[in-house]
Design a protein around this ligand. Structure first.
Ligand code: NAP
Length: 459
C-alpha cells in the first residue's frame, strides 16, 4: 500500500474530531501512514475547543484521546496554516499521496426572512465562537443589554445558546468562557430567553440530557405551556416509538407542571411557531411569529405548515440556530445546497477524501465522527492497496515546510500548541478554571512561541 520504500504520506485538513479520528486511523494502519494535520488556527480540536459549550467540560475531555493520537510516531501538527490561502489545494496534493478534508461546517444557515441582518440578529455560530474565545469573533459587538432574546431552532445548539445566556456568575466562573462573555452575560438585564421551534415537541431535535439540564439552572426557570404539548395522533404515535422523543415529552411535561420559582431569568419554550420577520428600524426590536400546524406525508415525515395566526413578541436579540453550513474550498467540489463536498463513502476523487460534517452534513455527536472518519480512511487505504492513489510528487516531509517558510507563514508545531496549552492551563489554575484561553491571534501565537504575551487577566 505504500510507495516503494516509504510510508504513505497523508495530509488531513482540519484538526477537529473528524480530522483527529482520521489521523488516528491512518497512524494505526498496517503499515502506519504518516500524517500532517493542518489547521488554520494555532490551536487544534476544532469544535471541541470552539463549539462545545464551556459549561460542558466532560464533553471537552475527548481531547485526551486526541492527545494520544498526536503522540504517535509519524504525526505532525501544522497549525496557523490556512489551506486555500497559505497553500493552495493543488500545491497540497503535490506533497502527499492523499488528502483528507475534515474542515467541518463553518457558518450558520440563514432563515431567509426580512430583518435577519439587523444589528442584534446573530447566527448561533457567531455567539458560540465568541463565548468560546475564537480569535476571529472577539470583536463582534454583542450587546446583551436587552430584556428578551429569541433563539430560533430546537436543536442542541439552540439549547447551548439559551443555557449560556441563562447562566449565573457562579455557574460561569469555573468555566473557560471568555471574561468578556461572562461579564456581558452576568451584567445583562435579560429576563427571558424564548426558544422557538417550528414543529412540535415530539419533533424537537435536542436530546433529553440537554433538555433536562435546562430544568436545573440556578438562575432561570423554565416555562412551557401545557397546551403546546398536546400532540396530534401522528406525533403521539411517533413519541411512543422514538426513545428520545418519548423522554423529551416526559421532561417537557414535568417542566410544564412546575410552578416558576421566581428565578431572575426564564427560558420559555414555544412549539409550532416560526419567525416570519425580525422587526426593528435600526436594530432588533421584536420578532413576528406565525403559528404552524403539522402535516404528515405518506412516508411519515411531519412538516410545519403556516396558519394565518400571527403574533409579535418584543425582543432585543435574535439568534438563529437552525443548523450549520459548510464553506467551499478553492479547487474542491462543493454542493451549495447541502453545504457539503460531494463524495462517495468519503472519496471525492483520486487521492482526495473528506470526513466529518463537510462529508455528511452537520449532524451527530462527537463520537459519530469516529465511525465517519474511519470509513473514509478504510476507503483511502483500500485505494492505496489497489494502487489507485496518485503518488506525491514531492514526498519529502521537509517540502511543505519549505514552501510555507518561503511564504513567511509561521507554522505552529505540536510543541508550539503544547506551550500554548500549558500557558492557558497555568493561567486557569490561578483562577480555578480549566484554562484561560488566549483570544487574539497575537496572544495565541506569542504563547505558542513560548512568550508570555499580554497579561492574561487583560485578555
Ligand atoms: P440540529 O440538531 O440539526 O437542529 C436544527 C434545528 O433547527 C431543528 O430543530 C430544525 O427544525 C431547526 N430548523 C431548521 N431550519 C429551520 C427554519 N428554517 N426555521 C425554524 N427552525 C429551523 O442542529 P444543531 O442544533 O445546530 O446541532 C448540530 C449537531 O450537533 C446535532 O447533531 C446536535 O445534536 C449536535 N450537538 C450536540 C451537543 C451535545 O451533545 N450536547 C451540543 C451541540 C450540538 P426541524 O427539525 O423542523 O428541521
Amino acid at each position: 500500500m505504500s510507495a516503494p520504500g516509504r510510508p504513505l504520506r497523508v495530509a488531513v485538513v482540519g484538526s477537529g474530531p473528524a480530522g483527529f479520528y482520521a489521523a488516528g486511523a491512518l497512524l494505526t494502519a498496517d503499515p502506519p501512514a504518516e500524517v500532517d494535520l493542518y489547521d488554520r488556527l494555532p490551536a487544534p480540536w476544532g469544535l471541541v475547543r470552539f463549539g462545545v459549550a464551556p459549561d460542558h467540560p466532560k464533553i471537552k475531555d475527548v481531547s485526551r484521546a486526541f492527545e494520544k493520537i498526536a503522540a504517535r510516531p509519524g504525526f505532525r501538527f501544522l497549525g496557523n496554516v490556512e489551506v486555500g490561502r497559505d497553500m493552495s489545494t493543488d500545491e497540497l496534493r503535490r506533497f502527499y499521496d492523499a488528502v483528507v478534508y475534515a474542515v467541518g461546517a463553518q457558518t450558520g444557515r440563514h432563515l431567509g426572512i426580512p430583518g435577519e441582518e439587523l444589528p442584534g440578529a446573530w447566527g448561533a455560530t457567531e455567539f458560540v465562537a465568541w463565548y468560546n474565545g475564537h480569535p476571529d469573533f472577539q470583536d463582534l459587538p454583542f450587546d446583551l443589554d436587552v430584556e428578551r432574546a429569541v433563539v430560533v431552532g430546537a436543536g442542541n445548539v439552540a439549547l447551548d445558546v439559551a443555557r449560556m445566556l441563562a447562566l449565573t456568575d457562579e455557574e460561569l466562573a469555573p468555566t473557560d468562557t471568555t471574561d468578556a462573555a461572562i461579564e456581558a452575560i452576568v451584567r445583562s438585564p435579560l429576563r427571558e430567553i424564548v426558544v422557538v421551534a417550528r414543529r412540535g415537541p415530539a419533533q424537537a431535535a435536542f436530546t433529553t440530557p440537554e433538555l433536562k439540564e435546562m430544568g436545573e439552572l440556578a438562575g432561570a426557570d423554565v416555562i412551557v405551556d401545557p397546551a403546546e404539548l398536546e400532540l396530534d395522533p401522528a406525533s403521539a404515535a411517533f413519541a411512543e416509538s422514538d426513545t428520545n422523543a418519548r423522554r423529551n415529552m416526559e421532561v417537557l411535561r414535568e417542566l410544564a407542571a412546575r410552578p416558576p420559582a421566581g428565578k431572575p431569568r426564564a427560558v420559555r419554550f414555544r412549539f409550532c411557531v416560526s419567525p416570519v420577520a425580525v422587526l426593528g428600524d435600526d436594530r432588533v426590536e421584536g420578532v413576528e411569529l406565525v403559528r404552524n400546524r403539522l402535516e404528515s406525508d405518506a412516508a411519515g415525515h411531519v412538516s410545519a405548515v403556516p396558519t394565518g395566526e400571527r403574533e409579535t413578541i418584543a425582543a432585543g436579540l435574535v439568534f438563529r440556530s437552525v443548523g450549520y453550513h459548510g464553506v467551499p474550498l478553492d479547487g474542491v467540489p462543493f454542493d451549495e445546497r447541502r453545504g457539503t463536498i460531494p463524495n462517495e463513502g468519503g472519496r471525492i476523487g483520486d487521492g482526495v477524501y473528506c470526513a466529518g460534517w463537510i462529508k455528511r452534513g452537520p449532524s451527530g455527536v462527537i463520537g459519530t465522527n469516529k465511525k465517519d472518519a474511519t470509513e473514509t480512511v478504510e476507503l483511502l487505504l483500500s485505494d492505496a492497496r489497489a494502487g489507485s492513489l496518485p503518488q506525491a510528487e514531492q514526498p519529502d516531509p521537509a517540502a511543505p515546510l519549505a514552501l510555507l517558510a518561503e511564504r513567511g507563514v509561521e507554522v505552529v508545531s505540536y510543541a508550539g500548541w503544547e506551550a500554548l496549552d500549558a500557558a492557558e492551563k497555568a493561567a486557569g489554575e490561578l483562577r480555578g478554571k480549566p484554562r484561560v484561553k488566549r483570544v487574539t491571534w497575537d496572544d495565541l501565537l506569542a504563547a505558542a512561541r513560548g512568550e508570555a504575551g499580554r497579561p492574561l487577566s487583560a485578555a
